[in-house]
Design a protein around this ligand. Structure first.
Ligand code: ADP
Ligand code: MG
Length: 238
């Protein structure tokens, strides 16, 4: 379980500042959608939470501990990207068990965890296949399965459904919601799709040009947008 506090975080690449003092509070078990147009800083913020990008100024606090200097491996976070990034030369089973084996987890524990993960994501029948033998939706399930076998306390998703067709996207939304209900893990979910955010999240954070325009429950943003940008973004068709 994890709380995340983002305190006045800034990020510069060279001389260019792209995140200008963002603060977000995420409660334990909360599903937070981070939305906004392309280039507004969503991925960069997510990568700073994960430890994949250095924080220029401000603090990221996970479960009460400042993690700015903590190596990604020591943050107990799982990240799922849009391009899946499965290991092509490994079977589904090996993909899912790789990180646990790396940690020296006993073989029977690994087996149990992969079994549990593959059941939750409905990929039990696919464990002997290679990524190239899977459909896009199956690959995305395996990527999520690979993330949950480690029992992370925090999931970070970066537009995980954007490579899928519309029908599959709707189905996977429901599956990710079920996953959240079942595991109760805190989730930060980046998307540029406001429908996805409205239907999935407990709380939506709307960003534009490296600042937070508004944060709140979906209905609050819908009923009481703080400004024209939020109103236009939430109200526009997908
Ligand atoms: P989003 O995920 O919302 O589309 P990003 O976080 O990827 O936005 O990017 C935010 C801004 O930071 C953009 O202007 C982008 O060009 C810039 N940016 C992202 N990564 C780098 C990088 N490694 N070097 C320089 N600029 C970057
Ligand atoms: Mg991005």
């Amino acid at each position: 379980m994890a709380t995340v506090e983002i305190r006045n975080v800034h990020k510069s690449f060279g001389a260019v500042e792209v995140i200008h003092g963002v603060s977000i509070d995420i409660a334990d078990g909360e599903f937070v959608a981070l939305v906004g147009p392309s280039g507004c800083g969503k991925s960069t913020l997510l990568r700073m939470i994960a430890g994949l990008e250095e924080i220029t100024d401000g603090e990221v606090i996970i479960d009460g501990t400042v993690v700015n200097e903590l190596h990604p491996k020591d943050r107990d976070i799982a990240m799922v990207f849009q391009n899946y990034a499965l290991y092509p030369h490994m079977t589904v089973y090996d993909n899912m068990s790789f990180s646990l084996k790396l940690k020296g987890t006993p073989r029977d524990v690994v087996k149990g965890q992969v079994q549990r993960g593959s059941e939750i994501l409905s990929v039990q029948q696919l464990l002997d296949r290679y990524p190239k033998q899977l459909s896009g939706g199956q690959r995305q399930r395996v990527a999520m399965g690979r993330a949950i076998v480690r029992d992370p306390k925090l999931f970070l998703f970066d537009e995980p459904l954007s490579n899928l067709d519309a029908k599959l996207r709707v189905q996977m939304r429901a599956e990710i919601k079920t996953l959240h209900q079942r595991l109760g893990t805190t989730i930060v979910y980046v998307t540029h799709d406001q429908i996805e955010a409205m239907t999935m999240a407990d709380k939506i954070v709307v960003m534009q040009n490296g600042v937070v325009e508004q944060a709140g429950p979906p209905l609050e943003l819908y009923d009481q947008p703080a400004n024209l940008f939020v109103a236009a973004f939430i109200g526009s068709p997908a």
